[in-house]
Design a protein around this ligand. Structure first.
Ligand SMILES: NC(=O)C1=CN([C@@H]2O[C@H](COP(=O)(O)OP(=O)(O)OC[C@H]3O[C@@H](n4cnc5c(N)ncnc54)[C@H](O)[C@@H]3O)[C@@H](O)[C@H]2O)C=CC1
Ligand SMILES: O=C(O)C(=O)CO
Length: 324
C-alpha cells in the first residue's frame, strides 16, 4: 500500500503529480490562508509523511500523528522543529538547503539598497505628493558601493551575499562565523573578524545565522551600541536572533541609521508593532525565498526528500542534527 502523506500548503501541479506517483496525498486546499497548528493536528490523521511549510513540528502535533515517519520541511531553516521530540519517535526530518541561496541573497541586497537609499520612504513621498515640495538633502541616503559589509553567519547564503557585495558593489567584506572559513576567505577575498570588530567597523551588518539556543538574541542593546551611528542593520535570518525591543529603541533614537528586516520575533507582524511606524526601517513579510521558481524548486526537493524517506532510501538533505 502506498504511504499516506499530508501536504500542509498548496504545491505546484508538478510537485503534486510527483508525489501522487508514490503516495496517497491529501493537501491543504485554502490558498487564502495558511493552515493553523490546530487544523494540522486535526487533519494529519494516519499520515506517514508530512510536507511542512513552516508549521511547528511540536510534541503536540506528533502525538496527533501516531503513524508519522517523516517530516519534510519546505525550508532550509528548521528551528520550528522540535528535534528532541522527533528523535524520540525516530522520525526522519529533512530540509531544503542550496536551492534558495541566490534568491535569498538577492533579497538581502534589495534590503541593503532600500534601507541605504531610502527607497520605501521616497516611494511613499512620491505617492503622497511630497515631491512637489522638492527633495532636499535631508532625504539623501548612503552609498552601498565601496562600503564595508559585515556578515554574521558565513554559510551557504552568507557566501552568496558576500559574492554579490564584493564583485557587484565593490564592497569590502568581513565576516564573523562560529568557525573560520579559510576556503571562503581565499575564494571570495573576505576577512574574518571577531564579532565585536564586525559590529564596530561595518557600514552594513547582515545577520545570516540559523536560530539556535546560541544565536537567540545574539544581537541586542550591547551589540547595537557598538555599531556606527551610520550603520545599517539587515536581518534575513530569524526574528528571534535579535532582541526586537532593543532594535526598536535603537532605531527610534536613531542610534543607527536604518534597518532592513524580513523576519520578526512574532510573525506575522502585528499592525501595532512600533517597527511599522518608523521611517528608518524597511519591512518585508518573510519573503526571502519567495519567487515562484525558487518556492517550486524547494517544494520539489522537499517532495523528493519525503519519498526517499518513506521508501527506505537516505534522503538528500536530512536535518544534520537528526543524522545517525
Ligand atoms: N528570510 C528568509 O526567507 C530565509 C531565512 N533563512 C534563514 O537563514 C539561515 C541560514 O541559512 P543557510 O545560509 O542556508 O545556513 P548555513 O548553515 O549554510 O549557514 C549558517 C552559518 O551560520 C553559522 N553559525 C551558526 N551558529 C553560529 C553562531 N552561534 N555564531 C556565529 N555563526 C554561527 C554557521 O557556522 C554557518 O556558517 C537559515 O537557518 C534560516 O533561518 C534561510 C532562507 C530564507
Ligand atoms: O527556508 C527558510 O528557512 C525560510 O525562511 C523560507 O524560505
Amino acid at each position: 500500500m502506498r504511504p499516506k502523506v499530508y501536504i500542509s500548503s498548496k504545491v505546484s501541479d508538478e510537485v503534486k503529480a510527483y508525489l501522487d506517483q508514490y503516495c496517497e496525498c491529501e493537501m491543504w486546499q485554502n490558498p487564502e490562508r495558511a493552515i493553523t497548528g490546530q487544523e494540522l493536528a486535526e487533519q494529519i490523521g494516519d499520515a506517514e509523511g508530512l510536507i511542512a511549510a513552516g508549521n511547528a513540528i511540536s510534541e503536540r502535533l506528533l502525538s496527533a500523528a501516531p503513524k508519522l515517519r517523516a517530516v519534510s520541511n519546505i525550508s532550509v531553516g528548521y528551528n520550528h522543529n522540535d528535534l528532541d521530540a522527533m528523535k524520540k519517535r525516530g522520525i526522519i526530518g529533512t530540509h531544503t538547503p542550496y536551492v534558495l541561496d541566490d534568491t535569498v541573497a538577492d533579497l538581502t541586497l534589495a534590503l541593503m539598497l532600500a534601507a541605504a537609499r531610502r527607497v520605501t520612504e521616497l516611494h511613499n513621498l512620491v505617492r503622497g505628493g511630497g515631491w512637489q515640495r522638492g527633495v532636499g538633502e535631508q532625504l539623501f541616503g548612503l552609498d552601498v558601493h565601496h562600503a564595508k559589509l559585515g556578515i554574521i553567519g558565513m554559510g551557504r547564503i552568507g557566501e552568496k551575499i558576500a559574492k554579490r557585495a564584493k564583485f557587484g558593489f565593490d564592497m569590502e567584506v568581513s565576516y564573523y562565523n562560529r568557525s573560520r572559513k579559510p576556503d571562503t576567505e581565499e575564494r571570495l577575498g573576505v576577512n574574518y573578524l571577531p564579532l565585536n570588530d564586525v559590529l564596530e567597523q561595518s557600514d552594513f551588518i547582515v545577520l545570516m545565522t540559523p536560530l539556535t539556543a546560541e544565536t537567540k538574541h545574539m544581537i541586542g542593546e550591547e551589540q547595537f551600541n557598538r555599531m556606527k551611528r551610520s550603520a545599517i542593520f539587515i536581518n534575513v535570518s530569524r526574528g528571534e536572533t535579535v532582541d526586537e525591543a532593543a532594535l526598536i529603541e535603537t532605531l527610534r533614537s536613531k542610534r543607527i541609521y536604518a534597518a532592513g528586516l524580513d523576519v520578526y520575533e512574532k510573525e506575522p507582524v502585528s499592525p501595532d508593532n512600533p517597527l511599522l511606524q518608523l521611517d528608518n526601517v524597511v519591512t518585508l513579510p518573510h519573503i526571502g525565498s519567495a519567487t515562484k521558481k525558487t518556492r517550486d524548486d524547494m517544494a520539489m526537493l522537499a517532495a523528493r526528500n519525503l519519498v526517499d524517506a518513506l521508501y527506505g532510501r537516505e534522503p538528500q538533505y536530512v536535518i544534520p542534527e537528526l543524522k545517525n
